[in-house]
Design a protein around this ligand. Structure first.
Ligand SMILES: [Zn+2]
Length: 450
C-alpha cells in the first residue's frame, strides 16, 4: 500500500503542482533530497538549463524549478547546495559484462562462481562510483549479482542481464579445446557452460531451449553471437555462425516473452542475416560496409558499437591469433562511426571491457573518446537518453520501470553532480573520483563529497 499512496502523491504533485507533504517523510523509501542551484544537462538538449533546484522524493525526480523549493520543513530531507555545478543523468553502458571485467580468462574458465561473484561485486561498486548507474549486461552469469545489488547488499548499477551468451560449436564464446569434441548430445555441459557465461546450441531446437533458459532466469534481452569474435580461440572473424533458421528461433522465443535479441556481429554477412531473422540490435559492427549500414538504418535497427582502445588487445599474448584479430577489428572503428553518422543509424554507446580491471577504470575516458566523431553534447546524450531508448526494447521485461537517462520530472532519480560543465569540458568525465561530487542511484546517495 505505501507504494500506491506514494504514486498518488507524486501524481497529484505532477498533475496539479500541489506540494503534497508526506505524513511519514522519514520512511526511507520516500526520503526527500533537494539539490539546489544546479545547471541541468537533461540528457537530450546540449544546452545547460538556467540555475535550477531539483526535488527528489523516493526514487523519483519530483520537481524541477527555477524558483526556490522549500524542504526545510520535511523531516529528514537532505539538502545539497549544488553551487552552480552541473546535474546530469547517470551514465549508461550498453555493452558491459559485469561478471567478466575483473577475472582473467583462466579464472573465468576455472568456474569458481563464488569467487567470480565477489570479484564482480567489487567491480560493480567501482562501476557505480564511476558514474555508471545502469549497464546492459550482454553476456555472463550476472543474475545473482543483479539481485544482490537490487536488494542493497552490494552497491552497483542497475543491470539489464542477458544471461549466457548463446553460440554454436566453434563459435565466439565456445572456449572448449579440440580434445573436448565430439560433444555427445545430452552429455554434461562443458566447464564454460556450467558457469553460465556461454551456452552452445547447434539447431533451432537447441537455441530455443537455451534462450528460454535465460528468460526463465530473468534475462531482459537475449544475446547471440552471429559471427566470429576476437577473444575466442576457434572462431575466425569472417565466420558466420548461426543459420537464419537458428537466429529466427531465438527471435521467436524472445519475442514470445516480450523482449528482443541482440547479436555480436562484425561482418556484413552476419549482420544482414541477423536482420533478416528479426534481430533488433547489432553489437560492434566494425567490419560493416555501406550497403549494410544502409540496411541497418532503413530497418531502424540499433547499433551498439565501441571505440575500442588499442590497449584492449593487451589481454592477449603478443603474437597470438586473438591479438591480431583485435587489431583487425580496431581498424574498422573509424569507418563504422563514419557510416553510422552518415546513415543516421540509431547508435548506442558501450565499452565491452573484458578481463581488465585496469581498463575498467578508464570507462569514462572511453566515452569521452567519442568526441572524435560527435560533439560533447551528442556524446553525453548517447550515453544517457539515447541508451535509455534502447533499454526500452525490453518492454515488460524491463526490471526498472520508469524513465532512465534523463533529468526531468517523473524520471527515476539516477543523477550525477559534476564539478564543472561536461559539455564545455568533456574531459571532466574521465576523472569521476574527482569530478563527480554526488552520485545518486534510484534516489539514494552513494557518494557526496560536498
Ligand atoms: Zn561483449
Amino acid at each position: 500500500m505505501p507504494c500506491k499512496t506514494f504514486s498518488f502523491v507524486v501524481a497529484l504533485n505532477l498533475v496539479f503542482g500541489v506540494p503534497v507533504l508526506s505524513a511519514n517523510a522519514q520512511d526511507a523509501s520516500r526520503a526527500v533530497a533537494l539539490i539546489n542551484n544546479v545547471r541541468i544537462f537533461d540528457g537530450k538538449s546540449p544546452a545547460l538549463s538556467a540555475p535550477s533546484n531539483v526535488l527528489i522524493r523516493g526514487n523519483i525526480i519530483e520537481r524541477i524549478s527555477a524558483e526556490p523549493i522549500a524542504a526545510n520543513h520535511i523531516a529528514g530531507a537532505r539538502i545539497i547546495d549544488g553551487g552552480g555545478r552541473t546535474l546530469m543523468p547517470g551514465l549508461i553502458d550498453m555493452h558491459w559484462h559485469a561478471m567478466l571485467v575483473r577475472p582473467t580468462i583462466a579464472a573465468l574458465l576455472a568456474g569458481d562462481l563464488g569467487y567470480l561473484n565477489l570479484l564482480a561485486g567489487a567491480e560493480a561498486t567501482d562501476t557505480l562510483m564511476r558514474g555508471f548507474t545502469t549497464v546492459r549486461d550482454v553476456g555472463g552469469p550476472a543474475f545473482g549479482l543483479k539481485r544482490a545489488i537490487d536488494q542493497g547488499i552490494v552497491p552497483g548499477p542497475r543491470i539489464y542481464p542477458s544471461g549466457a551468451i548463446i553460440t554454436v560449436t566453434s563459435g565466439h564464446g565456445d572456449f572448449r579445446q579440440p580434445v573436448d569434441v565430439p560433444r555427445v548430445l545430452g552429455a554434461p555441459q562443458s566447464r564454460g557452460e556450467q558457469t553460465g557465461a556461454a551456452m552452445i546450441a547447434d539447431s533451432p531446437d537447441e537455441v530455443r531451449v537455451r534462450v528460454r533458459e535465460q528468460l526463465l532466469q530473468g534475462a531482459t534481452q537475449i544475446k547471440l553471437t552471429a559471427g566470429g569474435g576476437v577473444a575466442s580461440p576457434h572462431s575466425p572473424l569472417d565466420a558466420s555462425t548461426f543459420t537464419e533458421a537458428e537466429l529466427r528461433a531465438a527471435v521467436e522465443a524472445a519475442e514470445n516473452w516480450g523482449t528482443y535479441v541482440t547479436v555480436h556481429a562484425y561482418t556484413p554477412v552476419s549482420i544482414q542475416r541477423a536482420i533478416a531473422a528479426g534481430v533488433k540490435c547489432i553489437e560492434h559492427g566494425h567490419l560493416m560496409d555501406e550497403p549494410t549500414a544502409r540496411l541497418i538504418a532503413e530497418k531502424g535497427i540499433w547499433l551498439s558499437t565501441q571505440a575500442f582502445p588499442d590497449e584492449m588487445a593487451d589481454a592477449f599474448p603478443a603474437g597470438s591469433l586473438e591479438r591480431s584479430k583485435a587489431f583487425e577489428v580496431f581498424a574498422g572503428t573509424d569507418r563504422t562511426f563514419a557510416l553510422a553518422k552518415k546513415h543516421k543509424i540509431k547508435t548506442a554507446f558501450g565499452t565491452d571491457i573484458l578481463f581488465s580491471p585496469r581498463l575498467a577504470q578508464r570507462q569514462g575516458e572511453l566515452l569521452a573518446k567519442l568526441v572524435r566523431w560527435y560533439t560533447p553534447g551528442e556524446t553525453l546524450t548517447m550515453a544517457t537518453a539515447t541508451n535509455a531508448k534502447l533499454l526500452e526494447l525490453s518492454g515488460k521485461r524491463n526490471p526498472y520501470p520508469g524513465k532512465l537517462g534523463v533529468v526531468e520530472e517523473g524520471a527515476l532519480a539516477d543523477l550525477l553532480l559534476v564539478d564543472g560543465d561536461p559539455i564545455a569540458n568533456i574531459k571532466l568525465i574521465e576523472d569521476p573520483a574527482k569530478n563527480f561530487v554526488v552520485i545518486m542511484k534510484d534516489g539514494k546517495i552513494f557518494k557526496n563529497t560536498l
